[in-house]
Write a protein that binds this ligand. Structure first.
Ligand SMILES: [Zn+2]
Ligand SMILES: [Zn+2]
Length: 101
């Protein structure tokens, strides 16, 4: 067996490994995409019901950024100052964490 055949075999083994792993990555990517699509739908709707007390929280309120501390009116999930995207916030009634993304 020459060195080039050995390399080819190693490469094909690697390719097979990637092919086998591809569905896993695909499923993960779809899951990620679904999560983002769900979050975007909530942002479009402008409200999200708390899963704990079912209080309907508006998305566009006066909120303080978790990162830079800027307080502004607008989407509580996005800071226009530091472009921080927040994935969650506290429910206005029961203060439990409501996850959006
Ligand atoms: Zn910020
Ligand atoms: Zn709540």
């Amino acid at each position: 067996m020459g060195p080039s055949i050995g390399t080819a075999l190693r490469l094909s083994a690697l390719a097979t490994l990637y092919l086998l792993a591809a569905p896993v990555y695909l499923v993960r990517a779809i899951g990620e995409w679904r999560r983002i699509a769900r979050g975007l739908a909530i942002v479009r709707r402008g409200t999200i019901a708390c899963p704990h007390c079912s209080f309907v929280n508006p998305i566009n309120v006066l909120s303080t950024c978790h990162r830079c501390g800027v307080t502004e009116f607008g989407s509580r999930l996005y800071c226009s100052n530091c472009r921080q995207v927040t994935r969650w916030f506290d429910c206005a009634r029961c203060h439990a964490t409501v996850k959006v993304f």
